[in-house]
Write a protein that binds this ligand. Sequence first.
Ligand SMILES: [Zn+2]
Length: 284
Amino acid sequence: MLIRKYQGKILLGLLVITIVVWIFVFQESTPNKFLEINFLDVGQGDAIFIESLNKQQMLIDGGPDASILEKLGRVMNFYDHYIDIVLLTHPEQDHINGLIEVLKRYNVGEIVFTGTIRDTAQYQEFINLIKNKNIPIKIAYQGEKIDFGDGINLNILYPFENLKNQKLSDNNNSSIVSKLVYKNFELLLTGDIEKSVENKLIKEKVNLTADVIKIAHHGSKTSTSEAFLKAVNAIMAVIEVGKDNKYGHPHQEVLDRLKNLIVLQTGIEGNIQLLTDGERIIKK
Ligand SMILES: [Zn+2]
């Protein structure tokens, strides 16, 4: 009798659940129309979230603290707790700290980094989390690439060689430099490299051309030389930088060097989303 009494409600409940499940299935299986690139506003630090057409996700750096979690919540579905690839450009606190929080709360398919060693508690925690969660590692150096299907690739341009287990005095200049390519669209990602590495890349005749450049080291004047900008020849520059930061980033002389480009700053705009179909760039 009881079941008969509630039969209508139970059936309605099951129908609602079925519809909700199918909406999730539909959302997950419908390919994206655009390659999505999100420069997340994590204050003074870098965090770039990329989703390919087939919905593979990559997070490049995690910013300086747990604020990355709230930002990821805005670009990922609430039920999605898996990120395919997490890439650490270099183990400085404004890039690695947020990734520790991400590794604690998300399942990650692969970690990509240079393999350099650092003597900090944060670095040790990062490595311990990777080991404890059994996450596969890929060491990034020139010639390696990550294939996202549909002709989308992340090509590693720097470091020139495998730096695994090396302890370096200068971590900024060990940053992974990479180029995200989709048809005619190119995005150059520079970590925190300084002019010395920019000069090495030019000297080695690395193909640096890109439509969009992520400005190195939060707009510090120690990076982004005229010669480097000329080699990249971008139309748009994105600076990941904290509002009113103590370093005075971005430095005015870098902004002066960028006067002919469209310049977007997370410290001014908040999260910056770029969409591309491989031809056009759409800013949301
Ligand atoms: Zn940095």
